[in-house]
Design a protein around this ligand. Structure first.
Ligand code: ATP
Ligand code: MG
Ligand code: MG
Ligand code: MG
Length: 440
């Protein structure tokens, strides 16, 4: 992509409404613009990152056998009256009336909708488990939308749902999702720590929030410092080995980690930690939950069991805040000059800077470099704009692409370009071919 043809409205000034780094940087880097409180447009640069995160999330869901579908954003109130949540959900639910005076709502989540799909078409335990997910916009009328896309009112969520015949198999499904979440966040280049979460009135021990540690996070969290070094890549774990997977999950979870709701300083596990207890703040980027028959019972989602009796299915739901992750990844990775994207989600891998647009030799060398990078399948953003080098450097650092190749008249005389690593700041003078080689 040529920057002269790319819509990238970067800002020099720090927007006054932004309180935290990720929000400031997303506005300054021209990634998003607010349409109204908590509702954002995703401009091309932000949209590319959003799509990359979405794709990694999707691939890891697919790998554990979940099926993607797409449910609507608008739902009928009746479904929520059936589950009993229409009144309980309160003011966070945006309620709408259509022209026929029917009550509708903009979905804040999809348990009811998916349960309806399931009950209409699945009849027998032989068709279980069913594991479904979608990646769809949600609306929650948050009382205090803030921090940009981190607490929006409209936001993109991956929400998955599972249906099993009994607790044992539901637990296996839960473990699969747990593994997929560990793999997803590792691939995204960030550490998200699974912490025991409150299961509310339903009880049980099967709920975890995945939390990225950050001073600007909204919840206070407590964990054993061992988590900071822990490998959560889930390499080599066999999905189909029930006991093996269960024991991997248990081993992974053995060190203390809890959000403020669940933290208990009087617990032995906490007391024995002493100075190894890390107290900080965190951002909730994922939440997994087993809730048994909470929706299947009132909504009549039953199957014929092996004993010939109708049994309500055991359900779970599992969310990832896809749009929140864009902000969370920036909170976890930036410096005073801008964003530093992890490779896997970078909007482009390389920024190519023409130090003197209009100079025949520079233009020709950049065109050649641009063509070669593109042909090598490397995503490149070519700054071909006719402006001063200082502004180009600042913009490139701000948008945080992992690599920069700088081509100018001086280097060209010596047959070299400058290759800069955005994260380390390290700059080397190499031939273009050597740079291409290193990036391929
Ligand atoms: P929070 O505690 O931040 O309000 P939640 O517990 O209400 O989140 P869940 O119902 O667990 O959220 O939804 C699953 C995921 O969706 C969350 O883990 C989070 O990553 C994301 N999410 C929830 N609310 C928002 C929001 N207002 N803006 C952006 N992402 C959100
Ligand atoms: Mg909430
Ligand atoms: Mg929460
Ligand atoms: Mg939650």
């Amino acid at each position: 992509m040529r920057l002269s043809q790319f819509f990238l409205p970067t800002l020099k000034e720090t927007p006054s409404e932004a309180q935290i780094a990720s929000h400031r940087l997303m506005l300054r880097a021209g990634m998003v613009r607010q349409l109204t409180a908590g509702i954002y447009s995703w401009l091309p640069l932000g949209h590319r990152v959003l799509k990359k995160i979405e794709q990694i999330v999707r691939e890891e869901q697919d790998k554990i056998g979940f099926n993607e579908l797409l449910m609507p954003t608008i739902q009928p109130a009746e479904l929520w009256q059936e589950s009993g949540r229409y009144d309980d959900y309160g003011l966070e639910m945006l309620r709408i009336t259509d022209r026929h005076d029917r009550k509708m709502l903009f979905g804040p989540t999809n348990e009811e909708a998916i349960t309806d799909i399931f009950r209409n078409d699945v009849r027998s335990y032989k068709q279980l488990p069913q594991m479904l997910y979608h990646i769809q916009w949600k609306f929650r009328d948050e009382i205090r939308p803030r921090f940009g896309v981190m607490r929006g009112r409209e936001f993109l969520m991956k929400d998955a749902y599972s249906f099993d015949i009994d607790y044992e198999s539901a637990r296996h499904t839960y473990n699969k999702i747990f593994l997929a979440y560990c793999r997803t966040f590792t691939r995204l280049g960030v550490k998200a720590i699974p912490m025991v979460a409150d299961t509310g009135p339903i009880g049980g021990d099967l709920s975890h929030e995945f939390i990225i540690l950050a001073e600007t996070g909204e919840s206070e969290v407590f964990c054993d410092q061992k988590w900071l070094e822990k490998d959560l890549s889930g390499q080599g774990v066999d999905l189909n080995d029930r006991t093996g997977l269960e024991s991997w999950v248990q081993t992974t979870l053995k060190d203390y980690a809890a959000t403020e709701d669940m933290h208990d300083p009087e617990q032995d596990a906490v007391k024995s930690l002493g100075n190894d207890l890390v107290t900080t703040r965190g951002i909730e980027v994922g939440h997994i939950f087993h809730f048994g028959a909470k929706y299947s019972e009132p909504m009549g989602a039953t199957v014929l069991g092996p004993d010939g009796k109708d049994t309500p299915v055991q359900m779970g739901s599992y969310g990832i805040g896809v749009s929140r992750l864009v902000g969370a990844l920036i909170e976890a990775s930036h410096d005073e000059n801008g964003i530093i994207w992890p490779d896997a989600v970078a909007p482009y891998k390389v920024g190519l800077i023409n130090l003197r647009t209009g100079d025949d030799a520079c233009d020709a060398a950049c065109e050649d470099a641009y063509a070669k990078l593109t042909n090598a399948g490397i995503e490149v953003l070519y700054d071909d704009r006719d402006m001063r080098a200082g502004g180009k450097f600042a913009d490139m650092d701000l948008i945080g692409l992992p690599w920069q190749i700088v081509i100018g008249p001086k280097g060209l005389k010596n047959g070299v370009v400058e290759l800069k690593n955005r994260r380390s700041g390290e700059k080397t003078e190499v031939t273009f071919d050597a740079a291409l080689n290193q990036l391929s």
